[in-house]
Design a protein around this ligand. Structure first.
Ligand SMILES: Nc1nc2c(ncn2[C@@H]2O[C@H](COP(=O)(O)OP(=O)(O)OP(=O)(O)O)[C@@H](O)[C@H]2O)c(=O)[nH]1
Ligand SMILES: [Mg+2]
Length: 277
C-alpha cells in the first residue's frame, strides 16, 4: 500500500513524537543544573545591565527562543542577533524581519561571528537603544554593560570574541566550542569597546524547561543546541530528511546521505516508487 503524502507526514510526526517524548526526559534531566543556576545569576546581575543582546540561530529565526528570557529579563532594551547567517537561507530575510517585527522585535541583526560579518552594526545599535531608552539615567557612570543571552551553542561567546577583535584588536576572551554547554556560568565583564566604553557579560545557554513542540525540539537539536544522543541521532536524521523532502530539496538529502552514485530504479521495477501500491 502506498501512503498519501499527508498520511506520511502524520506517520512521521507520530514516530518523532514517540521517540522525542521518551528521549525528551533525558533532555529535561540535562536542563536543570547549570542552566537553572545561570538564569538565576542572570536575573541577579540584571540591575547592572543597560541592554540585553539575545543571540539565536539564523537557521531557525522564528522558533526555539526561550520564552523565559522575555518573562525574566524582558524589561531592558533588547537586540536580537540572528547568528550563523552563513549557514542560513537568507532569501526570505525581509519576510523574517516582518514576522519578528509583528512579534514586537524591532531590533534584529544577522551576523556571522566566525568571519566577523555584520558584527560592526552591533555597538552603534546597542548604544542608540540604550540612549533612547526611557529608563536610561547615566549620571556619572560612563560605561555600558550588556548581557548576552540565548539558547546553547548559538554563538554568544563567539560574538563577544568577534566584537573584541573588531573594536579592540584583541584575541579570545571567552571559550568557544562546537558542543552546547561550553560556557557554564555567568562570566565577569569582558571589555569589547573603548569608545563608548562597553563591557559584555557572557552567560551559559539556557533552554526552556518545556520545549513548545516536538518539531521545535527537533529543530533545536539539529542546530546543535542539545547534545545529539539525548534526542537520538536516528530521530534527528529522520526529521531532517522529512524536512528536505517537504521542501522538495531531494538533492540535499541525496548529497547528505552520500547516495549520489546510486542509479535510479527503472520505472516499473518492483522497488520503484511509481510501482508501489
Ligand atoms: N558557521 C558559523 N559558526 C559559528 C558562528 N558563530 C559561532 N559559530 C560556531 O558555533 C559554535 C558555538 O559557538 P559558541 O560561541 O561557543 O556558542 P555559545 O552560544 O557561547 O555556546 P554555549 O556557551 O555552549 O551556550 C562554535 O563551534 C563556533 O565556532 C557563525 O556565525 N557561523
Ligand atoms: Mg558560550
Amino acid at each position: 500500500m502506498r501512503l498519501a503524502p499527508r498520511a506520511l507526514c502524520r506517520a512521521a510526526q507520530a514516530a518523532w513524537r514517540e521517540n522525542f517524548s521518551v528521549l525528551g526526559r533525558d533532555v529535561a534531566r540535562w536542563f536543570p543544573g547549570h542552566m537553572a543556576k545561570g538564569l538565576k545569576k542572570m536575573q541577579n546581575s540584571l540591575k547592572l545591565v543597560d541592554c540585553i543582546i539575545e543571540v539565536h540561530d539564523a537557521r531557525i529565526p522564528l522558533s526555539g527562543r526561550n520564552p523565559l528570557f522575555q518573562e525574566t529579563l524582558g524589561l531592558k532594551p533588547h537586540l536580537l542577533v540572528l547568528n550563523k547567517m552563513d549557514l542560513a537561507d537568507l532569501t526570505e530575510q525581509q519576510k523574517i524581519m516582518q514576522r519578528l517585527e509583528g512579534e514586537g522585535l524591532k531590533n534584529v541583526v544577522f551576523t556571522n561571528c566566525v568571519k566577523d560579518e555584520s558584527v560592526q552594526q552591533i555597538i552603534p545599535t546597542v548604544t542608540e537603544l540604550i540612549e533612547s531608552s526611557h529608563r536610561y539615567h547615566r549620571g556619572e557612570n560612563l560605561e555600558y554593560c550588556i548581557m548576552v543571552i540565548g539558547v546553547p551553542n548559538v554563538g554568544k561567546s563567539s560574538l563577544i570574541n568577534s566584537l573584541r577583535r573588531q573594536h579592540l584588536g584583541k584575541g579570545k576572551a571567552t571559550r568557544v566550542g562546537g558542543q552546547p554547554g561550553i560556557t557554564r556560568a555567568v562570566m565577569s565583564r569582558i571589555q569589547v569597546s573603548e569608545r563608548p566604553l562597553m563591557f559584555l557579560l557572557d552567560t551559559p545557554g539556557v533552554l526552556a524547561p518545556r520545549i513548545e513542540s516536538v518539531e521545535t525540539g527537533l529543530k533545536l537539536a539539529l542546530c546543535g543546541t542539545v547534545l545529539d544522543h539525548l534526542v537520538g541521532e536516528e530521530t534527528m536524521a529522520d526529521y531532517l530528511l522529512y524536512t528536505l523532502n517537504r521542501h522538495q530539496r531531494f538533492e540535499l538529502g541525496v548529497q547528505w546521505c552520500n547516495l549520489g552514485s546510486l542509479q535510479p530504479l527503472p520505472p516499473g521495477s518492483s522497488d520503484s516508487p511509481a510501482s508501489a501500491s
